[in-house]
Write a protein of this length. Structure first.
Length: 734
């Protein structure tokens, strides 16, 4: 920043992203300043009034003194600007969430870690447990206590990549398909999701595609490496003009793992595009991934303390791991039929092939060869009108998810392939119909009311037994009702009630024996939430707090015999969870040279869990009693940055009366950005678990015999470099 200059930031009014390359002009047409990659504009004292311009946005006239006072100027998108084809009812982007507690994880936070996955950034969302074995390994996601259901996969949480659902017809989600290079930001919904997304009992993850926010083009190449044999290389190219946007990228990642039998590998390529039409937009997404990760198995607390790098010996003997190839693609449209009517449609398809030698003992082991073919279709109609002086926005639609799961499983004792245990073909159909309304009762008060209904059917063909079994679950309704009121100083208060259902997956219906369990039915979830949100103009400060109560009935649980034999799954329990969540974030300028960011999170959950044939527990297995986080970052002259974060995690109950002890973990990161005309060079050093604290980062609550520890790596060091060509301009100093 030059001597005598004053600076402010220019952002998009809808998604709050920085508008790189924006310009500021004096009334006589003299160029006063050009925005850098963060949308920061520095101008000299050459005029007192400015016109701020950015491609695809309406120009804004503002006095310089007012711009400095606001610090961040929000430009509205022009009518011809490309709008994302995503399920989004009128009138606001956040209204599609129907008052559900939502946290946005922006691009800055996503880039502040080693980038092996989205886990490190998502950990700063209150109420979220996102854990994985090693860097890039087996993933688990829990939102407000859903981990109890998910010892072997992500269930109950619905995930979207742009306008396309990753979640399959049976409710399982291949979360590993999302990579930091394919995502620009995340919206994590922690409450029961809005019906317009289909059934989402344990929340949602909405991953936004990495399009540019302004016209132009850029190419970036990145590379990083670190402890335990980790390395990652990737490249991404983006282009945007007045009519279209396109982004393509590739990534290759490897990790040996802290523990034995904890390696992982990932290769992925993707391309996304967005095309403006006369009355709407069309989006197309395609990605291919080849991934594999080892399964070391959980160990008991004594082994975790004495030999934290060890794996289960039997897992090593049979080389327990997963090999997965996945291809996903889709096309979605958002078309205006008139001034007050829109139609949104989308179709997507997934091809997944998996091989999985699994097991931790000769009793529970096998070799699975699975082929999944899936299709999703969405169609909705939305509009708004004034009815008796009350503005009403509405959306109605349907979603159909189809899945064919072909599973062949062999016995695999001591790594020797045996007879076929399962040879089955299961077809799953999941249909959701939904309606949602938003009514403005007054200028500051809105009422939300919606209704959805899910119907799931299974057609199971057992090739070994030569039998066909059709299974239809009863149509399950899930209503939602909420009210929001805005008070002075933009404080928003809301109260909502929502219900949903969580259907059983193919794996839960079959278990390890392959015998279809037609007695298994969906879980029922209901939730009350009261919350408040506040934020200043320009997002200098954001604050949110929620109190909730969630009750789940018929929780699908894995049953075990005394000697550790898998007895299959049953609706065997219910839980009650009450909690408080809080999120605070502030940005400020310190003098002329420093910009700071401070973020803090708090999550407290009081739980109880009961089973029909056992004593009630005063804590639900897998749930963190408390999680407190504090993150700080400072940037000097848009070049040097330093950040640190610390998490305190409370006790977590394992199986039975066992408890995973509390811990705290600290990380630190330093980075430097070197501008090179229209290009820039970035490098970083990242220290994870700086204090070398022993803790477990992944809890398998259903494993018998106390084997629920997965020791996290000790102190780890990562370093990386990123070169970006194009799309970066610095204002000249006077």
């Amino acid at each position: 920043m030059g001597r005598g200059q004053s600076c402010f930031q220019v952002i998009d009014a809808m998604d709050r992203h920085a508008l790189a390359g924006c310009t500021a002009y004096c009334p006589d047409g003299t160029l006063a300043g050009v925005g850098d990659s963060t949308g920061r504009v520095c101008v000299g004292a050459i005029c007192t009034e400015l016109e701020i311009r950015a491609s695809g946005h309406e120009a804004m006239r503002v006095h310089l003194a007012q711009a400095l006072l606001l610090n961040a100027l929000a430009l509205e998108r022009s009518a011809s600007e490309l709008a994302p084809a995503i399920v989004e009812p009128w009138p606001r982007k956040e209204d599609r969430h129907a008052l559900a507690a939502t946290t946005n994880v922006d691009s800055t936070l996503l880039a502040d870690f080693e980038r092996s996955s989205l886990r490190s950034a998502a950990a700063w969302v209150p109420g979220v447990q996102w854990a994985e074995r090693g860097h890039g390994g087996s993933t688990r996601l829990s939102i407000r206590g859903s981990l109890l259901r998910s010892p072997y996969g992500v269930r109950g949480v619905k995930v979207f990549w742009g306008p396309f659902p990753l979640t399959l017809a049976d409710g399982s989600t291949p979360l590993e398909l999302l990579d930091p290079i394919t995502v620009s930001s995340l919206d994590i919904i922690r409450s029961v999701g809005s019906p317009v997304y289909g059934s989402a009992p344990s929340g949602m993850v909405l991953a936004n595609a990495p399009f540019r926010t302004a016209t132009g083009h850029d190419v970036a190449i990145e590379g990083s490496g670190g402890s335990d044999g980790f390395f990652r290389v990737g490249a991404i190219a983006r282009n945007m003009d007045a009519k279209s946007a396109i982004t393509a990228g590739v990534v290759r990642q490897r990790n040996d793992g802290y523990r034995a039998q904890e390696w992982s590998a990932r290769d992925q390529a993707f391309i996304t595009s967005r095309l403006a039409q006369k009355h709407g937009t069309t989006q197309m997404f395609v990605t291919w991934q080849n991934a594999s990760w080892a399964l070391p198995g959980s160990i008991d607390s004594l082994t975790a303390m004495a030999y934290p790098r060890s794996a289960r010996p039997y897992s090593q003997l049979i080389d327990a791991h997963i090999e997965k190839q996945q291809l996903m693609g889709g096309i979605a449209t958002d078309i205006a039929l008139g001034q007050h009517l829109r139609v949104r449609s989308g179709v997507d398809a997934q091809i997944i092939d998996k091989k999985n030698p699994f097991g931790t003992s000769a009793i529970n082991c096998g070799f699975k060869d699975e082929a999944i073919r899936a299709v999703g279709v969405r169609l909705s109609l939305s509009g708004d009108r004034v009815l008796r002086k009350l503005p009403i926005a509405w959306e109605i639609g349907l979603e159909g998810l189809l899945e064919r799961d072909g599973l062949v499983q062999h016995s695999y004792v001591n790594a020797v392939m045996g007879d076929r245990v399962i040879d089955a073909d299961t077809r799953v159909t999941n249909f959701n119909v939904f309606g949602m309304t938003t009514t403005r009762l007054s200028r500051n008060t809105s009422l939300f009311a919606g209704f959805g209904m899910e119907r799931t059917g299974y057609d199971h063909n057992d090739h070994l037994a030569g039998t066909d079994l059709p299974y239809r679950m009863k149509a399950a309704p899930y209503p939602i009702l909420g009210i929001e009121h805005t008070t002075p100083y933009a404080w928003k208060w809301h109260l909502r009630y929502a219900e949903s259902v969580s259907r059983p997956t193919v794996w839960e219906l079959l278990g390890s024996t392959g015998i279809f369990n037609a007695s298994l039915h969906s879980e029922q979830v209901r939730e009350f939430e009261f919350g408040v949100d506040a934020g200043s103009d320009g997002s200098r400060f954001d604050l949110g707090a929620q109190a909730f109560y969630r009750a789940s009935k018929g929780i699908i649980q894995q049953r075990w015999s005394i000697d550790g034999e898998d007895l299959g799954y049953a609706n065997a329990g219910g839980s009650n969870i009450g909690g408080i969540e809080a999120f605070a974030q502030g940005r400020s300028d310190v003098g002329r040279n420093w910009r700071t960011l401070a973020l803090s999170t708090l999550s407290v959950q009081l739980t109880e869990f009961g089973t029909p044939d056992g004593p009630d527990l005063d804590a639900t297995p897998g749930n963190e009693f408390m999680n407190v986080g504090l993150f700080c970052r400072a940037v000097h002259r848009d070049r040097f940055s330093i950040g640190t974060g610390i998490h305190w995690v409370g006790d977590v109950r394992g199986g039975g009366t066992r408890v995973v002890p509390a811990y705290h973990v600290l990380h630190m990161r330093c980075g430097y950005t070197l501008p090179l005309r229209a290009n820039r060079l970035e490098c970083f050093i990242h220290l994870e678990n700086l204090l070398d604290i022993r803790y477990t980062s992944w809890v398998q609550v259903n494993d018998p015999g106390g084997r629920y520890y997965n020791p996290a790596p000790g102190r780890s060091v990562f370093g990386g470099i990123r070169m970006t060509f194009g799309g970066y301009t610095r204002a000249k100093a006077d």
